[in-house]
Each structure stands twice: as C-alpha cells, then as structure tokens.
Design a protein. Structure first.
Lengths: 115, 108
C-alpha cells in the first residue's frame, strides 16, 4: 500500500505566521510520531500518538507547537507565531500494532523555512 | 538523558570498498535501530537490532548491548549507499533518540 505522506513538502512562512503541517500515516498504523530535524542533525522526537491519544508531547519546543490526531489517522502539527529557529524539516513516522519491534515508516518530510 | 555518538562523522569510499560505522550509547537500551537517509531526505529503516547480529544482503549489523555499542557493516559499497546513516536508541516502547549520523559518500 501507500507509504506515509506529508504535505506540504515545502513551506515558506514569514515570521509570526501560523503554519499547519499534515501527515497521512499508513492505513491501520496505530502509532504516529513527529520529529524535527535541523540541518546536519539527527531527527529529534517531538510527540507520539497511539490512535487518537497523544501519549507524549515532551519534545515539543514551546507552547507555540501543537499536534492533534482527532480520528486516529491523519495528524496535523501546528506551529503558531513562527520564529526563525523553527526552520527545519518536520518528519512524520507511523508504526504498526506490534509495537517496539516494528519498523517506523517515515514520510518525506516538510521543509519549513521561516523568514 | 541517553547520549548517542556515531563515528566517523564523515566517510568517503571508492565503489566496492567495505566500511564499518559505529554507534556508542551511554546507558542501557531496549531498542536500537539503524536508518539510512538518502540524499533526498527519505529515512529508511535498515535494522531493528537491540542485541545480536543480523544480515540483509550487503549490510549487516551487530549490537553488543552489555558494552553499549552497535556496528553497521557495509560491504562492496555502491553509489546508492551514499547518504547519512543514523542509529536510534530507546528505553521504552516509542521514544527514539537519534545520533548525529555518519555521512557516507561512495564514489564511482
């Protein structure tokens, strides 16, 4: 079936604008992850959903970041009042029901540039 | 928190050469995975290997959990192996900490 998709692939925002990044996980995957990847760095954990429940949001950098997955499938990461330091690639990943031993499948990412 | 260090940070190989990438971690983990990020940014899982040895074609990986390191072996490298290799470790069921990666370039 189809892999994880993300949209938009690229987003340019002026400082202070709000942005919304979408993730469509693989159908039937209960686990969904968001990561932030700065240039030249490894991905950093932002938040984790199991179905519609957000079980961990400890990696969200500030209260300007908000994620939701209201029906347990599509997820949206919203960033309010964007700042230049928010510029990064935002990666979404999903994982099947077997849990820790299952592969995380990553989307292509959304590259956000805040001017 | 757990520190994850990868070496070497950069590696240039001639096509056909072999290489070993290393991942050191600072505490006990119950989850370790290796990923390849291609030049277009797509991350692909290579191995789930919290302990022991696995092989998949020209790639193999070994994790010695008691000594807190993992190795990724690439044999007969090809230009398509270029990209960044990350190891990611975890202590629970979902939270992964990624290393800073090894950037590999394979020359034709």
């Amino acid at each position: 079936g189809a892999g994880v998709s993300q949209s938009p692939r690229y987003k340019v925002a002026k400082r202070g604008q709000d942005v919304a990044l979408r993730c469509d996980p693989i159908s039937g995957h209960v686990s969904l992850f968001w990561y932030q990847q700065a240039l030249g760095q490894g991905p950093e954990f932002l938040t984790y959903f199991q179905n519609e429940a957000q079980l961990d949001k400890s990696g969200l950098p500030s209260d300007r970041f908000f994620a939701e997955r209201p029906e347990g499938s599509v997820s949206t990461l919203k960033i309010q009042r964007t700042q230049q330091e928010d510029s990064a690639v935002y990666l979404c990943a999903s994982r099947g029901p077997q849990g820790i031993e299952e592969t995380q499948y990553f989307g292509p990412g959304t590259r956000l540039l805040v001017l | 928190g757990i520190q994850v260090e990868q070496s070497p940070p950069d590696l240039i190989l001639q096509e056909g050469a072999n290489s070993t990438l290393r991942c050191n971690f600072s505490d006990s983990v119950n989850n370790l995975q290796w990923f390849h990020q291609n030049p277009w940014g797509q991350l692909i899982n290579l191995f789930y290997i919290p302990s022991g040895t696995k092989q998949n074609g020209r790639l193999s990986a070994t994790t010695v959990a008691t000594e807190r390191y993992s190795l990724l072996y690439i044999s007969s490298s090809q230009t398509t192996d270029s990209g960044v290799y990350f190891c990611a470790v975890g202590t629970g069921t979902y939270k992964y900490i990624f290393g800073t990666g090894t950037r590999l370039k394979v020359l034709a």
